[in-house]
Ligand binder design. Structure first.
Ligand SMILES: [Fe+2]
Ligand SMILES: [Fe+2]
Length: 180
């Protein structure tokens, strides 16, 4: 299903950004001002790409569609996923505060926490939510969701290539990939 493929592609991008975040957090104790500015750009990328764009595709398009078509168990599943989105947004705020107030250990702590949280969330979506959505959504639902995703993405200024640029400036080289 095209809509699931698009969301899984977003997940792979988010996981690349998380690899870079972990790499940065491990080196944050000795970070210079220019490097700290790059951390801010990386956090901002995650905040926009994951916290605004990707989560909105799920919260405003996929989850409501699942609620229309399925039974009560989906309401619980969707409630858990939405609460995990809120937790992720909260952890991003904590990371921003830590960087802004020059507390590298706190940045490192929240970066690790955020990475673990979002990776576990993504694994749940891939294994539970998307598997179920692929079974119950029709080809017409798929087309409608793709249109909604495009609408959502068109309203947000995204630079997907920023991640490669940050990977170079932060000295991480190529980030690892996962196979979803
Ligand atoms: Fe999600
Ligand atoms: Fe997701």
């Amino acid at each position: 299903m095209k809509c699931m493929e698009q969301l899984s592609r977003d997940h792979r991008t988010i996981i690349k950004a998380l690899d870079l975040l972990r790499y940065s957090a491990l080196r944050s104790e000795d970070a210079t001002e220019p490097v700290i500015r790059e951390y801010c750009r990386l956090i901002d990328f995650l905040k926009t790409f994951a916290g605004v764009c990707h989560f909105a595709k799920e919260e405003r398009a996929l989850f409501p569609k699942l609620m229309e078509t399925e039974i009560q168990t989906d309401e619980r599943m969707v409630a858990v996923m939405e609460s995990e989105h809120d937790q992720a947004r909260h952890l991003i705020e904590q990371m921003e505060l830590a960087v802004a107030s020059h507390h590298p250990r706190e940045f490192s702590f929240y970066a690790q926490k955020y990475s673990e949280h979002v990776e576990s969330h993504i694994a749940k979506e891939e294994n539970l939510v998307f598997a179920r959505a692929s079974r119950i959504l029709s080809p017409a639902d798929d087309e409608a969701l793709i249109v909604r995703f495009d609408e959502i993405e068109s309203k947000i200024a995204l630079r997907r290539d920023l991640l490669d640029e940050l990977s170079t400036t932060l000295g991480a080289g190529k980030t690892t990939t996962v196979s979803y």
